[in-house]
Design a protein around this ligand. Sequence first.
Ligand code: GLU
Length: 425
Amino acid sequence: MSRAPQKDSRLLLVEEEKILRRAVDLLGLGDDVYEALRLPERVIQVKIPVRMDDGSVKVFVGWRSQHNSALGPYKGGIRYHPGVTMEEVIALSMMMTWKNALAGLPYGGGKGGVRVDPHKLSPRELEQLSRGFIRGLYKYIGPDHDIPAPDVYTNPQIMAWMMDEYYRLTGIHHFGVITGKPKLLGGLETRIIATGFGVAVAAREVAKKMWGGIEGRTVAVQGYGNAGYYAAKFLHEMGAVIVAVSDSRGGIYSSKGLDPDEVKQVKNKTGSVIYYEKAERKITNEELLELDVDILVPAAIEDVITQENADKVKAKLIVEAANGPTTAEAEEILVKKGTVIVPDILANAGGVIMSHVEWMNNRIGGLITEEQAKDILEEKMSHNTRALWDYWHRELDTSKHPMRDAAYMMAVSKVVEAMKLRGLL
Ligand code: GLU
């Protein structure tokens, strides 16, 4: 879903800990609770030797961080990325704990990552790497223990190899050990649209609160991978006007609005949205973030809205499709301007909500239809967005605290309550 982050991925953990600290303080909880929530329960490091196509052996390293299991089995994706660090994986696993709690799913939080540039591997090497990771990890995962899924640069084919490796090692067909699988192996096609559709639904619900509706509102989408494209497509269907989109090569602008499907076809054919000829003009990614639009959807990488550009962001509503696109300093500036930011842990929860439907479906032999899956997703996303909006307005001064604080407070209090009930706090 994104290209290489330029910054030190370890900083994400520092930022996550700060947001957690704020939520703990706002809830009036003590240092002991903060410490109990901060540390992951377990981090597994896996060494993965892979026989390369040229006959040599290359050693890769990966991690699975199991952050918190108070609400249920650990759940979260596995990313393949050359910039992956253990600290980043821990931070992302912590984010999954809050995302799953906030979404009302019976899951704790986990995340995995392998330090690799998957584009430099042949399909055979990629398969060996994926199987190797599961060989190192299989004792620590399972449908009732820890359930991985796709994340940055991993996909249904990789999930299928991983599930198969798990079967080879255990001898049992546990389809529910992993989600985001191909349809034939217990997956749901709806998972492909899930994150983007969820983002659109969250945007629609907040737009109703802010302006009475989403119809006619102008939107800029940064990033045209899975999340960005489907967010644009569904926002367009809901009546919003997609005036700008971009990918890593640059962006396009059209005041009358772009047709997301036509743009996607051009990207598929040529490799980038910038070759879409009906656009009024080309723009840079930086310009896109600063456009005079109603809604901005960052759907690419971490840390794109920073203290350098936050002042120039004109959108009144930002919906975070990517994980961590807004830095803490930028958020502070934006809150002062009255910009509403729908935080990642709410806005991009569509993927894991759909994973939960897939996991349930694997347990009941595949009775849930694609249509039902989409309905469940829409209902959960709209309900959760409205619930967070109300909590934010009820519990906090919205001119001082971003919606993110409310989201973390809701999530943290659920996890704390579960830990208390279990006798862990
Ligand atoms: N990787 C996705 C996320 O960050 C989905 C995780 C899952 O489905 O378990 O939310």
